[in-house]
Design a protein around this ligand. Sequence first.
Ligand code: RET
Length: 239
Amino acid sequence: MDPITVIYIVGTLGMLIGIPPALSLMGDEVGLDFDYLWAIPGIAALMYLLMAFDIGSVQFQGYHVPIPRYIDWALTTPLLVGYTAYVAGAGRNTIIGIALADFLMIVLGVGAAAFSSPTQWMFFGLSSVCHVAILVSLYGPVRSSALEEPPSHRRLGRLLLNYIGLLWLAYPLVWLFGPGLQWVDATGIAVIISYLDVTAKVPFVYFIYRARQNFVQVQDKVPEAASPQDSTAAVPSAA
Ligand code: RET
């Protein structure tokens, strides 16, 4: 069997591990809304399966480029950053803005893979601008919104934020040594990206799953904490 096929089958199996914990977070009893979390490993598992069967691959500059990878990234990386901003307590506009910047980063990344030099470098630069914008937003407004959250949310929000902030730096580097400078061949790139993708998604879901009790507790505490205030507030008006 072709080594790339084996790598993508392993990738598919790796992604499948993330689906059950994500599915268990669906529904209202969790406290925060994680109804679409399953789509992160779910879409990736499907796309890895397509890649294992070499469906939807194209040849760009003698480089084997699987289109399902970009479909996966375009759909799931906005969910990863969006959920991170959401857990950190960011406002709706920040969440949508950061998810859109991410989507744009991936679309421009397709240009970086599709064209030859020098056009590919222009797309690489534009996509990197979006990446920098995401990092600035994560470590600026998103990080500060986490300060106002209850400690358990704050901790998880920061963990997800640093996880994304650090791990994602590897992707433009991989592009640089792979499709960019062509120092690493397509098989090497397939191994590295598959490893990074599973690492970016499955532990992400698990971190949220592991913290699920905290959300319920925080939500349960809200009416309790509010009731003494309400009763004192009601005293003067009753008098
Ligand atoms: C590209 C090339 C152009 C420059 C930049 C890139 C960044 C890609 C990133 C991808 C993250 C993917 C993840 C997948 C999870 O499964 C498109 C490689 C900046 C950051 C987290």
